[in-house]
Each structure stands twice: as C-alpha cells, then as structure tokens.
Design a protein around this ligand. Structure first.
Ligand code: TXA
Ligand code: MG
Length: 333
C-alpha cells in the first residue's frame, strides 16, 4: 500500500520520518515529482532502482534544503557559488566533485567521483528536506522508460504499491526536469537542458559547452565512451575484472556474492545472503575497496543472478570487465 500524504504539518512530518527510516517517499518539487530515499543509506538508495525497475545504475541527484547543506558534501569554487547564488533554490542541478569526507552512499552517485546536487524551490520539498535532516537522493518518480510525473496521479500510475508514500503538493509548476550543469571541470558543460535556460546560465557564467544534437544523457555507452570528456560518466575500476568466477587465484581479490570462494585473503562480500538489493547497495564501495588493495592483479567477480537488481549489477560488472580498448577514449589510453 502506498500512502497518499497531504502536504500539511502532519503529512510532511510523517514523510520525513519514513525517509529517515529508509523508506521510499515520492515528493513534489517545482520541476517534477521525485522518488526520494535517504542518500546516506545505501540500501534505501538501492530500493529506488528496484522500485523504478531501472536496468542500469544511473547517478542520482541529491536534494538539500539549503546551499550551505549541499556545499558541505562537494568541492566548490567561486564559479560554483556564483551559480548557486543566482539560481538556487530552483530548477538547476550542479555536478561537482565529491568532498573527501562526503558521506553520501556511493550507489547514489553510481560510483563516480562527482555528485549531482540540487536545492529545490518548492516550499513543501524544502520543508520535507529540512525535517528529514538528511540529503535525499531522488530521480524522477516514474518507472524506467516512462515520462517524468508532474502529479500524484502520474506517480501512483507507475509506482503504487512499490513505494511507502507520496506527499501531495499538487501539480508541479515547472513541469520539466532541472537543468543539469557540470561545473566539476575547467569548462562548464550543460548535460541536460531543463528548467533554467542556457541563455540564463550563460548570462551568469559565460560560455557553456553544449551539444544539442547529442546531449550527454542521451548518448549510449559506446558512443559516450568514444566522445572525450564523457568517460568519467561511467566508473570502472583500474584492475581487470574477471566475470562469473568459479575459482579465485591468491593474487586476485574476490568480489563475493553468497558463500565466498576460497583461495584469496582479499574478499569483499556483496551479500552473504545472496540478496541482489543488498549487493547493489555495496557494489561501488566493493569495487573501490578491492581496487585499492596493493599487490593484487585483478578482481574475480562471482556470478550474480539476472533477477531484481542483479541485472543492473551485471550490466556494471560487464562494462568493468570489457577490454579497455573498447571502453576508453583514445586520449585516455
Ligand atoms: O528536476 C529534476 O532534476 C528531478 C527532480 C526530482 O529533482 N530529478 C530528475 O532526476 O530528473 P533523474 O534521475 O531523472 O535525472 C538525473 C540526471 C540524469 O540525466 C543523470 O545522468 C544526471 O542527472 N546526473 C546525476 N548525477 C550525475 C553525475 N555525477 N554526473 C553526470 N550526470 C549526473
Ligand atoms: Mg528521469
């Protein structure tokens, strides 16, 4: 059962309590309805992908009640502050480097070194974020492959019975998603057009790179990896990854799923119980940990079933295991 909560004091307090308890809550923003989970709770974030039926782990936007809250988790500079002063709160998402001590679950950012942060303008969303007291990771609240919802009816049409609650703040006034602007590098790059126009951004920040024919988010993996600059949108470990491992060598690290194979001292357990949601929550953490072990020559990944979030896990592992020549832009090899 999905509760429909009114956007009054009691409804907002209940929605905030559900988020803190690791439940999924859809909430309205000025752009579209988001499907929120506590961004510090990897299991809760994994549940977002399960509820949406997403076949891949796309990086999610983290929502904060204020600029100060958001900027506690990312690396800022003068240009970043200029953008925030002009456009926040509002329909702009900034992609920035994660701060060294950023506590947001790796899965929320799909394992990347960058994090997308946003301070929405909708008063109900802000009240919810303030009361939740935790950053909220939220993609649009639609099933994978469907359009973004702008009313509670749309949300329930796709997700009824799959999420704990939806907070009804009425129809979304903007109706299109936030603009996604990457300010993590030397040059600003528009990754997705949205509620804040390119003209408005350029009047504030100067020239911004944007390819309207092939916006970054519409590129397929192969294409994205052929186009320089897009490489970082897919995290891959430096060590070679061997899939469907049925044995492990002593010089390999083991990414275990279920009862671990014997043979190495370096083991990261994705889920002892063989639970794909738990494994998804730990995947990027595990790859990063194993990648940092000195003297190890590769990562042996035990098989994960193609059910539930196993599909998304395998998608990511297959990409990590593919020959590097296929997946790296010429400039990076
Ligand atoms: O208006 C919105 O942005 C809504 C509301 C709920 O805030 N959210 C939304 O989320 O549209 P979603 O997940 O549907 O779209 C997030 C976009 C995707 O294009 C994703 O690739 C991009 O943001 N994104 C997130 N993190 C990123 C990162 N670290 N680097 C590059 N792109 C990122
Ligand atoms: Mg979406």
């Amino acid at each position: 059962m999905t509760e429909v909560l009114q956007a009054d004091k009691a409804g907002i307090a209940h929605a905030a309590a559900l988020l803190r308890a690791g439940e999924l809550v859809s909430f309205g923003t000025e752009t579209v309805y988001g499907l929120g989970a506590d961004a510090l709770n990897a299991q809760a974030v994994a549940a977002i992908f399960a509820a949406k039926g997403r076949p891949r782990f796309n990086p999610l936007i983290c929502h904060y009640p204020s600029t100060e809250d958001a900027f506690g988790h990312v690396v800022t500079n003068t240009r970043v502050w200029t953008a925030a002063r002009r456009f926040w709160p509002g329909p702009l998402t900034l992609v920035l480097r994660r701060a060294a001590d950023c506590p947001v679950a790796m899965l929320a950012g799909a394992g990347l070194d960058t994090l997308a942060v946003r301070v929405p303008a909708h008063p109900v969303a802000v009240a919810l974020l303030r009361q939740a007291g935790t950053p909220v990771a939220a993609p649009s609240a639609n099933r994978s492959g469907q359009v973004s919802p702008t009313t509670v009816g749309h949300v329930l049409g796709g997700l009824a019975g799959r999420i704990a609650a939806v907070l009804d703040s009425g129809p979304c006034p903007v109706g299109v998603e936030s603009t996604v602007l990457d300010l993590s590098g030397p040059e600003p790059v528009l990754l997705r057009p949205g509620g804040v126009t390119l003209e408005a951004l350029e009047s504030c920040l100067g020239t911004i790179r944007f390819d309207p024919v092939r916006p970054a988010e519409r590129l397929g993996v192969a294409e994205a990896l052929r186009s320089p600059g897009m490489l970082t949108s897919h995290y891959a470990p430096a060590l070679p990854v061997r899939l469907d491992a049925a044995f492990v060598r002593p010089d390999e690290a083991l990414l275990a799923f279920g009862a671990p194979l014997a043979g190495t001292d370096h083991v990261f357990q994705l889920s002892a119980a063989g639970d794909t949601t738990e494994a998804a929550a730990r995947l990027f953490e595990g790859l990063r940990r194993l990648d940092q072990i000195a003297g190890v020559s590769g990562i042996a990944a035990m098989p994960v079933p193609e059910t539930g979030l196993g599909r998304a896990i395998n998608d990511r592992l297959r990409r990590a295991a593919a020959p590097r020549a296929v997946y790296e832009a010429p400039s990076a090899t």
